[in-house]
Design a protein around this ligand. Structure first.
Ligand SMILES: [Zn+2]
Length: 218
C-alpha cells in the first residue's frame, strides 16, 4: 500500500489515481521542429490530465530552454508577456503593431512567427516601454495598464533610505553634483508621507525632526 502522501486521487472522477506522465509539445521556429517534453499527471481511470505547481515550474523551465533553438525569434510566451504586462487584448496589440486581428493569437500559439521587422519592433517594445507607447499613440490605441506600469517603474527607482534627514540631504546633494543633468525633484518621505516635495533645497530645514524613510527621485 502506498503512503497517503504519495497517493493522489483524481479530482475529476474521484476514482482513479493521478500518475506522473508526459506530453510532448512541438514548436517550429524557422520551420525546424523543436519538441519539449512537458510533465503532467494523468488519471489511471478517466484519463484526465492535470498539472501541479511543481510540474508547472519545471515545464516553464523546459519551455524556456527551447529558446536556444530560436535564434532571433521570440517565444510565444514573450509576446504574451508583453501584451499582458500592459493589459492589452490581442486585438489592441494587433492594431498597435499594424497587424490583422488574429495575428497575435497566431504568434502567441506559434502557429506562425512575426517577420524580422516586426520581431525587431516587438523586442524594442519589450526593452523600452516608450516605444510601445509611441506606437499606441500613433494608432490612437489606449494602453489600459500604462499608468500602473509607470508607477512600477518609479517605485523601482526608490532609493533605500539613508538613516537620518541629514544623511538623506547629503545623499541628495552628492547625487545632484554628480549628475547635474538629472532632474532635481526629490521627495523625501517619512512613514510614506511626503514632507519635502519642493525642488531640492540644500539647507535641510524642511526635513528637521523627521525620520526619513526614503527619497524618491523623479
Ligand atoms: Zn479520473
Amino acid at each position: 500500500m502506498k503512503a497517503p502522501s504519495q497517493y493522489h486521487r483524481c479530482p475529476a472522477c474521484k476514482q482513479g489515481e493521478l500518475v506522473e506522465a508526459t506530453r510532448v509539445k512541438t514548436f517550429a521556429p524557422h520551420g525546424t521542429p523543436v519538441a519539449v517534453e512537458l510533465r503532467i499527471s494523468r488519471c489511471t481511470a478517466c484519463g484526465a490530465e492535470l498539472i501541479n505547481a511543481e510540474q508547472r515550474r519545471e515545464n516553464l523551465r523546459r519551455l524556456q530552454e527551447r529558446k536556444s533553438a530560436y535564434g532571433s525569434l521570440l517565444l510565444g510566451e514573450e509576446i504574451v508577456a508583453l501584451r499582458k504586462k500592459y493589459g492589452l487584448t490581442q486585438q489592441r496589440a494587433a492594431k498597435i503593431f499594424g497587424k490583422g486581428l488574429i495575428a497575435f493569437s497566431r504568434y502567441e500559439n506559434e502557429t506562425s512567427y512575426p517577420d524580422a521587422s516586426l520581431t525587431k519592433l516587438l523586442k524594442r517594445a519589450i526593452e523600452n516601454p516608450s516605444v510601445l507607447k509611441a506606437l499606441a499613440d500613433e494608432e490612437g490605441v489606449e494602453i489600459p495598464l500604462w499608468q500602473a506600469r509607470c508607477s512600477d517603474e518609479r517605485a523601482a527607482k526608490l532609493v533605500p533610505l539613508p538613516a537620518s534627514p541629514e544623511s538623506a540631504l547629503l545623499w541628495a546633494r552628492l547625487r545632484s553634483e554628480r549628475e547635474p543633468a538629472h532632474p532635481k525633484r526629490f521627495e523625501i518621505l517619512t512613514a510614506g508621507v511626503p514632507i519635502h516635495t519642493e525642488k531640492m533645497q540644500l539647507s535641510g530645514t524642511a526635513v528637521n525632526d523627521a525620520f526619513v524613510e526614503e527619497i524618491r527621485v523623479s
